[in-house]
Design a protein around this ligand. Structure first.
Ligand code: IPM
Ligand code: MN
Length: 359
């Protein structure tokens, strides 16, 4: 089993180191190879996604990814910005299906900004289409006014588009995931305004005919944003496009108390995948040893389950994480009175210790 390890920027290296430590504590043999990505790769090789890094990601069985981005790169031209690394990996590896679970752990119910009764036991799964939509649609750019009356660019444009096969394959992923859980899919669109999302709604409805055992509801994205904070437990699986999924998954993450707890998986058609925390590079706390490594450790568990066929090891990691929470250990983002505040490394060590004491 070969894992490409891409730590990236900001807190990326710190949290990935803890996930690697946890993987090494399992009785499994991995080959791990590390490569620079994002701003770190721009510094080292002049490009956020160097050819060698992309090649490594392509040949590996799975990619463990930290995070990319830093404000100091905001003035770089777009193709050199750290974010292009993750967008390029998604596109080049065909990682169209992004799983972002939002689970509220019993111990963290009070860390949520919502009332505990609204989030206790919350378990929703956002499935975000990841290689289409306005993120990748062409053409895009800036143009001058047609009559040349003004100097310089006078407008900018992006293209929102989805093809039928793109919608079909993500709809299948969502219905199949729902089958293994609460058997309900909410497809989020903006069909009342956008042609792309009327088409999305039509195609999802068509695919649904093959899943009579799963309930399908359609919801406009603005309403979905509202329902997520009003009654989040009414959702089971949410399936949506790239941009709405980007926004709603951050919102859903916060329901659980901290985005520092949430893993994600991005899969392609052969179930090969990239695994990364749902949060970003948090440059404001980078290098301080205070970041929460649990989202990355839980991403490693998803990697074992989805791409490496090691479901038992994945279960072990997930129960080790629950046990450190039950012991009262908390990084700053999930700290509350009466618990014990620990740093990034101590949290990783605690997960390793919990693994070792499992029966
Ligand atoms: C995410 C991030 C990325 C996205 C950025 C870093 C390009 O926000 O993974 O959600 O918008 O998809
Ligand atoms: Mn995002």
């Amino acid at each position: 089993m070969k894992i490409a390890v891409l730590p990236g920027d900001g807190i990326g290296p710190e949290i990935v180191a803890e996930a690697v430590k946890v993987l090494h504590a399992l009785d499994l043999r991995f080959e791990m190879e590390e490569a620079p990505v994002g701003g770190a790769a721009y510094e080292a090789a002049g490009h956020p996604l160097p050819e060698a890094t992309l090649e490594l990601a392509k040949e590996a069985d799975a990619v463990l990814f930290g995070a990319v981005g830093d404000w100091k790169y905001d003035t770089l031209e777009r193709r050199l910005r750290p974010e292009q690394a993750i967008l390029g990996l998604r596109k080049e590896l065909g990682l169209f299906a992004n799983f972002r679970p939002a689970i509220c752990y019993a111990e963290l119910t009070h860390a949520s900004s919502l009332k505990p009764e609204l989030v206790a036991g919350l378990d929703i799964l956002i499935i975000r289409e990841l290689t289409g939509d306005i993120y990748f649609g062409q053409p895009r750019g800036r143009r001058e006014s047609p009559d040349g009356a003004f100097r310089g660019a006078q407008e900018a444009f992006d293209t929102m588009r989805y093809s039928k096969p793109e919608i079909e394959r993500i709809a299948h992923v969502a219905f199949q995931a729902a089958r293994k859980r609460g058997k309900k899919v909410t497809s989020v669109d903006k069909a009342n305004v956008l042609e792309t999302f009327q088409f999305w709604k039509d195609v999802v409805t068509e695919v649904h005919a093959q899943y009579p055992d799963v309930e399908l509801e359609h919801m406009y994205v603005d309403n979905a944003a509202m329902q997520l904070v009003k009654a989040p437990k009414k959702f089971d699986v949410i399936v949506t496009g790239n941009m709405f999924g980007d926004i709603l998954s951050d919102e859903a993450a916060m329901l659980t108390g901290s985005i520092g707890m949430l893993p994600s998986a991005s899969l392609n058609a052969d179930n090969r995948g990239l695994y990364e925390p749902s949060h970003g590079s948090a440059p404001d706390i980078a290098g301080q040893g205070v970041a929460n490594p649990l989202a990355t450790i839980l991403s490693a568990a998803m990697m074992l389950r989805f791409s490496l066929n090691q479901a038992e090891a994945a279960d072990r990691i997930e129960s080790a994480v629950k046990s450190v929470l039950a012991q009262g250990l908390r990084t700053a983002d999930i700290y509350s009175e009466g618990t014990r505040k620990v740093g990034t490394r101590d949290m990783g060590d605690a997960v390793v210790a919990a693994l070792r004491t499992q029966g």
